[in-house]
Design a binder for this molecule. Sequence first.
Ligand code: SF4
Length: 306
Amino acid sequence: MAKAQYQEYCVSKYTVALRENFGSAKVYAHNAQSVLNKATGFISAYDFTLNPYRGCQYGCSYCYAAAFSPNSQMRADWGNWVIIKQNAGEVLKKELQSWYNKNPNRAPSIYMSSVTDPYQPIESKQQLTRHLLEVMLVYQPTLVIQTRSPMITRDIDILQNFNRLRINMSIPTGSEKVRKDFEPKAPSIVARLKAISKLRYSIPYRENCQVKFSVTLTPLLPTLPEDETNFIGKLEVIDRVVIQEFHASNARSLVASTRTEALALKQKYAWWYDREKESYQNFKNKLIAMLPDVEVMEGKEGFGYE
Ligand code: SF4
């Protein structure tokens, strides 16, 4: 199959329609052959990953997913383009049906999403993630949703009907100043904390159903000393905190690694990164001391559903 080309990122004739711009992002659409992809690496405990979009408008400085861009220009312009998998709903339905034909007694486990944010700004208009939730609800997979967007609260009416659901809200720092440096296009920390609290208290308890809530600090970014106590205290509402050190830098362009933007920013926070292991351990100790009813997990283990 011919490799898709994207207008403005390719000198040759492009084959994928440019729909429109959304905010500062160039928006493309394509038909996906498959949307359930075998989960590997950090999330290999799941059967599948599910990414409604390719690319991510949040463009976080440390995002390893940029490495999986369609070409080098798009990798360099990470955060400024997004591709909508416009047929994702119908493909997902077929793939889930096929799974159950082969595994009638076992629900699949799905991690949404591994290389995009399913609630990035364009979702407010496209509602593609919402549609995928509607499709999945019929099949009741074990589902983990990873996002940093308060927009997820829009879908409480659907989320509350899943039987096995974990919602991971990504909040890697408790300091707005640090957030603005490392992920300037992402929602504020206050908005994310309010969102996870709203989810926690809006989704009613149902017998034999397990809806769980995590905050992921991955990678763990510095939190200014004056913000620490207040931030950690706000995490009481959830059942799990996940922390993880920065991905190691890797010079090879096609593997997941921390991008140079983030590595440069680390210099600005030398008070934390000059003794990174010690800073990490101190913060972990504070989490454990202040959150006796919340499990504090690290890395791969923390990303599991259970
Ligand atoms: S929200 Fe997630 S996928 Fe999107 S740029 Fe940030 S780290 Fe990457």
